[in-house]
Design a binder for this molecule. Structure first.
Ligand SMILES: NC(=O)c1ccc[n+]([C@@H]2O[C@H](COP(=O)([O-])OP(=O)(O)OC[C@H]3O[C@@H](n4cnc5c(N)ncnc54)[C@H](OP(=O)(O)O)[C@@H]3O)[C@@H](O)[C@H]2O)c1
Length: 281
């Protein structure tokens, strides 16, 4: 199976390159310099040249707070970029796997979000990702959109930020009223490769949106406590969101229901605690 991965320089993109090789796939990984997904003619040229069996889009504008001041750029990458990929993939009859986010929801729901819940993003980033989803669906080609949440495992994420701050501070205030399912980029990569294999092997028609995130659900404070468990740690203070104002508003409830992906692909919800301990180890 030949897989083309966009955004190969990122957390999930990098893990896809590693896991693809371990799974005996031919993986063509393209970072932003090699393929800018917001450039339709570049997307056309690369896909015509490479003719992969499947495309996985791991490219995105992920600077959630900066997006509030850079909405045009966020939309070009997160909304137009996926549309460009969908248009060219449809023309060449190549399935497209795309990654989206819990930030398409407003976080007001009691209980976990299912794939059919209405989106209501609170931030520019969330709006841009939601538009990416609808743009892909509107093109109407073969596609799967995997919504995930709280990604860690690469070079820059909540875990690495905690470790960096923990090394220089004696006390940290951590938000305790936003809950979600931390998800390692390794688990996301393996999940996407399982889906890709099933899709490329054929006999598949369940296109659309799937949720995939780590369990059990936890607050940022709870996640930070796990990161520092057993280590010389700063004092951690749980605080409400209102005491940690950020440019972008984040959903209070980011928990995604992962029943559908289990039913269709037999993919289990990963336990973030074991992924965290491998990452820290
Ligand atoms: N991080 C999270 O907590 C989180 C949560 C839920 C969902 N997601 C979604 O998961 C996916 C992967 O996220 P991630 O954490 O792996 O993000 P990441 O580490 O920021 O990686 C994204 C990659 O996309 C590249 N990129 C940016 N603009 C591009 C363009 N125009 N063309 C091609 N590549 C471009 C970036 O390159 P540069 O660094 O050079 O700009 C970066 O290497 C994204 O769709 C994201 O929205 C992430």
């Amino acid at each position: 199976m030949k897989i083309l991965v966009t955004g190969a320089g990122g957390q999930v993109g990098g893990s896809l390159i590693d896991h693809g090789a371990q799974n005996n796939c031919e993986v063509v990984g393209l970072d932003r310099a090699a393929l800018d997904i917001s450039d339709l003619s570049a997307v056309q040229a690369v896909l015509n040249d490479q003719q992969p069996d499947i495309v996985i889009n791991a490219a995105a504008y992920t600077a959630v707070d900066r997006a509030e001041a850079e909405s045009e750029r966020a939309l070009a990458i997160n909304a137009t970029g996926p549309e460009n990929l969908a248009l060219v993939c449809k023309k060449l009859d190549i399935p497209l796997l795309h990654i989206s986010t819990d930030f398409v929801f407003d976080g007001d729901k009691q209980g976990a979000y299912v794939e059919t819940d209405s989106v209501a993003p609170l931030s520019v980033y969330g709006v841009s990702k939601a538009k990416g989803e609808t743009n892909i669906a509107a093109v109407g080609g073969k596609h799967i959109i995997l919504r995930t949440a709280w990604v860690f495992g690469g070079e820059q994420n909540f875990v690495t930020t905690m470790l960096r701050l923990g090394a220089s501070r004696t006390e940290l205030n951590i938000v305790d009223d936003q809950i979600g399912g931390p998800t390692s980029c390794e688990d996301i990569a393996q999940c996407l490769l399982t889906i890709a294999t099933r899709v490329v092997d054929g006999d598949f028609s369940e296109w659309g949106i799937y949720h995939y995130c780590g369990a059990p659900s936890v607050s940022w404070f709870g996640f930070a406590s796990a990161i520092f468990a057993g280590k010389e740690a700063p004092k951690l203070n749980p605080i409400p969101t209102k005491d940690y104002p950020t440019p972008a508003v984040r959903p209070k409830n980011s928990v995604l229901d992962c029943t559908k992906i289990k039913q269709i692909f037999n993919i289990d919800q990963p336990d973030w605690r074991s992924a965290l301990s491998s990452f820290l180890g």
